[in-house]
Every structure is written in structure tokens, then in C-alpha cells.
Design a protein around this ligand. Structure first.
Ligand code: KG4
Ligand code: ZN
Length: 367
């Protein structure tokens, strides 16, 4: 069977086609139309602007996904769409399109949780699935979520830790705004931090900051639970930047920004990695996985993989392909594939063209 999946929860309009059987699935097309450039000048995603763009792009993106997969609308047996969490005006466009196509084509419609999609991005490459053994601990790090999710089997989620305030991606974006590095902040900070890592010493000497202490806090790193907090770290960057940049000439200010960005990334990665490792040990998992937009961060990928290899025997560290780290519809189709084959009673999906609800705060639902 062929599955058409749609994703419009934030600022990417996406559609994908998967071929799915009980034995597995393959991705036939994966189209993403990004609005990043449009929102960059506002310093973040403007929900109504995102919705307007989704409306413009949705059907052309669906058409392209069908064309690239070499399938017709009559080949599609299931439609999957992100119905939350996310920005309501943005979600409504994808859900509205999915409901209309479901009604017109007379095919069932399934709503997929955005984070479930991010988790299942790890299953997109079939070769990987054999190394993904349960129980899994997945560190979900996106613009809206930071959670440690324990999965004892497919479609079974227990949140064992989460952020008490800002999500990790949100912290990257806010720190980038403080340091005037543009939007989205994650890629900007990681690029500048990499630059810093390469020429660390040179930077410190040139900046004349060699005597200053640019260390930032590692919030909750020693707490006994698996929760996180990033809001204080962001504020610490703000105060350090304000106090140290006073009276600095512009070239040195640039160096200060670089060093602060690198230290912020180091602090974030250290906390995320340490908590994930502690939870992986406590729950005795077989796989440690990463999901969400921040999983594109090379430092986080490297550190987590190195720690798992060094400290956890017979545990695999699974990282999503960078291509599927950010928002896309292939991951929504992958999650739909697993839900479809695991659900006995698929009848209710038939009426979802009228029943499916959109929820900005949708909770992860177990099978
Ligand atoms: O999953 P995602 O694309 O959208 C949400 O579901 O929120 O995540 C977006 C977040 C943004 O905050 C962005 O700054 C962050 O992911 N991000 C990164 C990197 N690439 C994207 N954060 C750190 N390092 C990166 N390389
Ligand atoms: Zn996302």
C-alpha cells in the first residue's frame, strides 16, 4: 500500500509518499518547502504568516510528492497528517488539506503526533531497524520539546524527564537572538562554535579575554531526576554578554560572541548528554536514540555517541539522518506505517475526514 503523509506544524510545508507492507516500508518521495527565509526577518516563526505560506504551498508540494514517487492519487490507500502539537494556524492547513483529500479520494486518514514523527525518523532507513532494539531511550530535542522518552515497544511512550521551562532548541534560538546571530539559532550557533573549537587558543589570545571566565552554568546537571532547565542558562548568556561587551571594540565583541556561543553549546550538550546517559543506565536500555531539530547538532551527536560507546556495553546509539532531523513528512509517514500495521480496528480512520481534531498541545498517545 502507499501512504501519503503531510506535515505543516511549524514553518515547513511537507509531503511524502511511502510504500508500506507488513514487513517494512520504503520512502518513495520526500518534499519539504521551507519558509525559514521568510520568518528570519521577524526573528522567529509568525503563525499567521506560516499558515498563509502553507496554504500557497500545500497542494503543489503534494503534487510534487506524488509525481516524484511515480504514483497517482488512486494508488494512495492511507493519508497521514500531523494534527499536533504545533502552531494552530499552521496545523490547520495540513489537517484541512488531509481531510479534503481523504473525503475526495475515499481513503482513511490518520492523525500523527509531531514528536512521534520525530522519533520514527530514526526508522526511515530500513538497514537501521535491525540495530534498533527495545527498550529505547530517546532524547527528543526540538524547538518546542525537550524530553527523555522511554519506549519498551513500538508506539509505547513513557516520559521519564523533560524541561521545566524552555526547550533546548528554543534556548538555541533565544541565545542566538541575544548574540545577534539570526534565526534559526541552532545552525548559527553550531557553525560559530565549530569555528571557535578549531581556533580556540588563537581566539582567546586575540580577544584579550584570556583572563575572563567565560564559563556558563550547567543547570540541573546534578539533580537526581531526568528533568532539564534552559531558561537560566539563556539568562546567564544575556548577563555575561551585557557585562563583558561593555566598552569592547567591535572586533573584540565579535570574538566574545563566538566564545559565548561555543560555551553555551558546550553547556547544553553536556547537560543533555549527562542526563541521557544517567537515564539510559537506570532503565537498562538497549538503544539510545536522538530526535528533533536539535539532533542536527554535530557536537551533541558526537558527544552522545562517544559516551554511549565508552560507557554502555551492548547499547547502540542511533542518530537520525541529518536530512530527517528537522521537520519533514517522511517521518510522519514512517510513524503512520507503524500505527497502521499495529492497529486492529482501522474503521474509525474512515470517518476522520470529519472527525480528526487539531490540538496545539496534543499529548503522545500509546498504542
Ligand atoms: O524539530 P524542529 O525542526 O521543529 C520543532 O518541532 O520545533 O526543531 C527546530 C529547532 C530550532 O530551535 C532550531 O534552532 C534547532 O531545532 N536546530 C538546531 C540545529 N539545527 C536546528 N539546534 C542546534 N544545532 C543545530 N545544528
Ligand atoms: Zn519538529
Amino acid at each position: 500500500m502507499f501512504i501519503l503523509s503531510l506535515e505543516t506544524s511549524c514553518d515547513e510545508t511537507a509531503a511524502a509518499v511511502l510504500e508500506s507492507t507488513a514487513a517494512g516500508f520504503s520512502l518513495l518521495s520526500d518534499v519539504v518547502s521551507s519558509q525559514v527565509a521568510l520568518h528570519a526577518k521577524w526573528g522567529g516563526v509568525v503563525p499567521n504568516l506560516a499558515a498563509r505560506e502553507h496554504l500557497k504551498n500545500m497542494l503543489p508540494v503534494v503534487e510534487q510528492a506524488l509525481r516524484e514517487a511515480s504514483v497517482n492519487q488512486s494508488d494512495i490507500s492511507l493519508i497521514a497528517v500531523t494534527n499536533g502539537p504545533g502552531l494552530i494556524p499552521a496545523l490547520l492547513v495540513g489537517v484541512g488539506a488531509a481531510k479534503t483529500l481523504s473525503y475526495l479520494w475515499q481513503v482513511p486518514l490518520i492523525g500523527i503526533h509531531h514528536i512521534e514523527g520525530h522519533i520514527y525518523a530514526n526508522f526511515i532507513h530500513q538497514t537501521k531497524t535491525e540495530e534498533i532494539t527495545f527498550p529505547i531511550l530517546c532524547l527528543v530535542v526540538s524547538g518546542g520539546h525537550t524530553q527523555l522518552v522511554l519506549m519498551k515497544k513500538h508506539l509505547d511512550y513513557e516520559i521519564v524527564g523533560e524541561t521545566l521551562d524552555d526547550a533546548a532548541g528554543e534556548a538555541f534560538d533565544k541565545v542566538a537572538r541575544i548574540l545577534d546571530l539570526g534565526y534559526p539559532g541552532g545552525p548559527a550557533i553550531s557553525a560559530i562554535a565549530e569555528e571557535f573549537r578549531i581556533s580556540n587558543l588563537e581566539f582567546r589570545i586575540k580577544s584579550g579575554l584570556e583572563n575572563s571566565k567565560l564559563s556558563l552554568p550547567r543547570p540541573m546537571i546534578n539533580s537526581k531526576d531526568f528533568n532539564f532547565s534552559f531558561s537560566g542558562l539563556k539568562t546567564a548568556v544575556l548577563y555575561k554578554f551585557r557585562s563583558l561587551s561593555k566598552n569592547l571594540p567591535s572586533d573584540k565583541k565579535e570574538l566574545l560572541v563566538t566564545e559565548l556561543a561555543a560555551e553555551f553549546q558546550a553547556a547544553t550538550v553536556e547537560v543533555l548528554t549527562k542526563k541521557t546517559m544517567a537515564a539510559a543506565k537506570k532503565y537498562g536500555v538497549k538503544t539510545v536514540m536522538l530526535a528533533g531539530g536539535v539532533s542536527a547538532n554535530m557536537e551533541l551527536r558526537k558527544c552522545l555517541a562517544a559516551k554511549v560507546a565508552a560507557e554502555l556495553e551492548n547499547v547502540n546509539c542511533v542518530l537520525p539522518d541529518i536530512k530527517y532531523s528537522g521537520d519533514n513528512a517522511a517521518m510522519i509517514g514512517a510513524a503512520a506505517h507503524f500505527r497502521y500495521h499495529a492497529t486492529q480496528d482501522k474503521n474509525s480512520w474512515q470517518d476522520n475526514w470529519k472527525n480528526l481534531e487539531t490540538d496545539a498541545n496534543l499529548k503522545l498517545k500509546n498504542q
